[in-house]
Ligand binder design. Structure first.
Ligand code: IVH
Length: 692
């Protein structure tokens, strides 16, 4: 078939797929089967593979995401994103309405639901999605266009007509309850921490590096504000109607209200009905409808005067406290968890609630059998906020807090300045040991795949894992012989363990699980001291010289290395070949000395990270955003148009990949670097002292 015919077909397929996506995702009335849809999509994908130069960045095939890692450029909003003034008080809202009516006279309000997600600003040019930027600080946000493209209800190309050539439309990206519940079920199954609420889940998802992950998570987007010079409507309402016609998802629950009573009725209705919605809302937004009136009212520095958010009260339910469980964490901290008589609260049935600590129990005088108030403040686990004393049994007694560890029986201790009780039996208490190993293998630490919570427990029960150093002494034969594991999983674990030897020192330091040494602290310590031995030998004063290290962290580090058991574990890890020192970056030349460089786009010969590594190797500094301080930009394929424009405007030089390579290859070498260990060598390096 000729190229011309194929390309015509590509355009046709893209149009059909956009049409059917809208029918399916926005209108909920599909005209073709999923099977047929997938067939069309595959046909388009095949053609795009054949003619990659003709594949549009807004093609429907891009909805499934790519696994290229994204990094987010910080970009300036063309029009700053203001926030809204908000109130929980019906009286305050009433006064606001009265004031507007006094000032404007006959006025129209548009009442809308306040979606509980994360704000987004979308720019469309000639009907195509150009850019999606998060709110950020209101002036600058992150460019998350590739991730936003995966949201199925969002048009990549607009329908209908009459849209301005260039405009911005703002709205909320949110995670419907169904996606949120599915995601948390998946995370629970692999032992990952649960996401607190749909709002955090949406914001976190949007910042994922891989748009494939984003595509999988099922975000949604609703639009509620049109902005820009080309917008020629007279009212907000008209603009919403028009946006709907262009293919955007615009809430069907907005209403025009003319009086305080009508607004109040809208709020009263949705305070109840919102519980049946498939997504989270946390209030109602009231906006003055006519743009002329909006202009009259104007804005303060922070928020418009023509709009206000009324927030719903957190929901509360009354139920009986049946019993209290005590959970033991990785650090030995004891957390009391209440078991409740199941009760309906904000759309879910609540059976458990957190109580934080012994002080909280004493403060609220919570007793077994009490009727207690539980509140959901947007978190998954609700909390107990009070006791209904009038319903208390006359024979009830104050709660007696436990004195021994519910897991190992050790006597609990309390540390100065800490509200929690602790089990001090770090090396003999099962949940602490397992928790530490779980922490050690997790993605941001040693990143050992295949070793989930259940497997760790299984290995512990079979005497194969007593502490983190045993991870490097696992016997593949023994592993494979365990029930529920088998050869394939065993091989996976062994491979994961082997790979983890290449993990850099700062992450090894984090993985050790020293109290208060989180990811960032570990980085600061590694940069400052460079070796584990130096950290172990440092005094409290010396430790405090490193950035962000206060006396609490310093004391904890000293206590960690004073424990003989920890010293023994570290020696065993050292024998196994883990990295206990910062690797020096090999400096190849001074070609880029003093230069600030932005690497942007996709490159032919190497990954973006490799390009950045080259910049550093040649003495240059990597910057994320184009500004007047940048010496030059190295542009790969598909460098963002906004970035290119900005560079051109500021007169910043743009180099191609080839020009950049020429620049550094022509440079004189400062030192003859020792050949760094290649990745394959690292992977096949023998693990000392192990059985394999
Ligand atoms: S209008 C200038 N409408 O609430 C007006 N905001 O607390 C821009 N939000 O930052 C905002 N639902 O993220 C508007 N129907 C709605 C909304 C809404 C949720 C969010 C938005 C905003 C925040 C302010």
């Amino acid at each position: 078939m000729s190229r011309e015919v194929d390309i015509k077909r590509m355009v046709e397929l893209a149009e059909q797929l956009e049409y059917h996506s809208h029918k399916y995702y926005v209108e909920n009335s599909p005209e073709i089967s999923d099977f047929e849809f997938d067939r069309l999509l595959r046909e388009l994908q095949d053609l795009e593979d054949k003619y990659p130069d003709m594949a549009s960045p807004n093609s429907p095939t891009k909805r499934v995401g790519s696994d290229l890692t994204a990094e987010f450029d910080s970009v300036e909003h063309r029009i700053p994103m203001q926030s809204l003034s908000n109130t929980y008080s019906p009286d305050e809202l009433g006064e606001w309405i009265d004031r507007i009516i006094r000032e404007i006279g006959e006025v129209e309000f548009v009442c809308e639901l306040k979606f509980d997600g994360t704000a987004i600003s979308l720019t469309y040019e000639n009907g195509e999605l150009l850019q999606a930027i998060t709110r950020g600080d209101g002036r600058r946000g992150d460019d998350v266009t590739n991730n936003v493209r995966t949201i199925r209800t969002l048009p990549l190309r607009l329908r209908g007509e009459g849209y301005p050539q260039l405009f911005e439309i703002r709205g909320e990206i949110f995670m419907p309850y169904a996606s949120f519940d599915r995601l948390n079920a998946e995370r629970e199954a692999v032992g990952e921490p649960l996401l607190a609420n749909p709002r955090n889940a949406a914001a976190g998802t949007l910042k994922q590096q891989s748009s494939q992950v984003v595509a999988h998570r099922g975000l949604d987007c609703t639009l509620y504000h049109l902005a820009g010079d080309g917008v020629e409507f007279k009212t907000h309402w008209e603009s919403l109607e028009a946006a709907r016609g262009w293919g955007f998802r615009v809430s069907e629950h907005a209403r025009i209200c003319r009086t305080r009573e009508e607004v109040e009725a809208y709020i009263a209705y949705w305070d109840v009905e919102r519980k049946a919605l498939p997504y989270a809302t946390d209030g109602v937004v009231i906006k003055v409808n006519r743009y002329a009136d909006q202009r009259t009212l104007g804005s303060t520095a922070k928020a418009p005067r023509w709009a206000v958010a009324y927030k719903f009260q957190a929901e509360r339910a009354l139920t009986k406290l049946l019993s209290v469980d005590f959970q033991v964490g990785r650090t030995g901290a004891i957390t009391p968890v209440a078991n409740l008589e199941p009760v309906q609260l904000a759309g879910t049935i609540v059976k458990r609630a957190s109580i934080h600590n012994a002080d909280q129990i004493a403060l609220l005088d919570i007793r077994l059998g009490d009727m207690v108030y539980v509140e959901k403040g947007g978190e998954i686990i609700p909390k107990i906020t009070g006791v209904e004393l009038s319903a208390r049994d006359e024979y009830s007694r104050p709660f007696e807090y436990i004195t021994r560890c519910p897991e190992c029986g050790a006597e609990l201790v309390r540390y100065e300045g800490e509200a929690k009780h602790y089990c001090p039996n770090a090396s003999g208490c099962k949940p602490q040991i397992i928790g530490r190993i779980e922490h050690f293998v997790k993605r941001k630490a040693m990143d050992i795949e295949g070793l989930g919570g259940e497997t760790i427990e299984l290995l512990w029960e079979n005497g194969m894992l007593r502490d983190i150093s045993d991870v490097y002494r696992l016997d593949p034969m023994l592993l494979a012989s365990l029930p529920r594991l088998g050869e394939k999983s065993a091989a996976n674990i062994i491979e994961g363990v082997r790979r983890s030897l290449a993990v850099p020192f700062e992450r090894v330091l984090f993985a050790l699980g020293i109290r208060f040494v989180g990811e960032t602290t570990a980085k600061y310590l590694a940069t400052h001291f460079r070796t584990l031995d130096a950290i172990a030998a440092a005094t409290a004063e010396e430790l405090a010289e490193a950035e962000e290290i206060g006396s609490k962290i310093a004391d904890s580090i000293i206590a960690y290395f004073a424990d003989e058991q920890n010293v023994r574990i570290i020696e065993r890890l050292r024998e196994s070949g883990l990295r206990f020192e910062v690797e020096d970056k090999v400096k190849t030349s001074n070609a880029l000395e003093g230069k600030s460089i932005v690497i942007s786009g996709k490159f032919v010969g190497r990954s973006r990270d490799d390009m950045k590594a080259l910049v550093e190797e040649h003495g240059g500094k990597n910057l994320a955003a184009v500004s007047a301080n940048v010496d030059f930009v190295v542009a790969g394929d598909n460098m963002g148009p906004a970035k290119r424009q900005k560079a051109e405007k500021l007169g910043v030089k743009i180099l191609s990949e080839a020009e950049f390579m020429e620049l550094i290859n022509g440079a004189e070498r400062v030192t003859q670097p020792a050949e760094p260990l290649s990745r394959t060598e690292v992977e096949s390096a023998p693990i000392q002292g192990t059985l394999f």
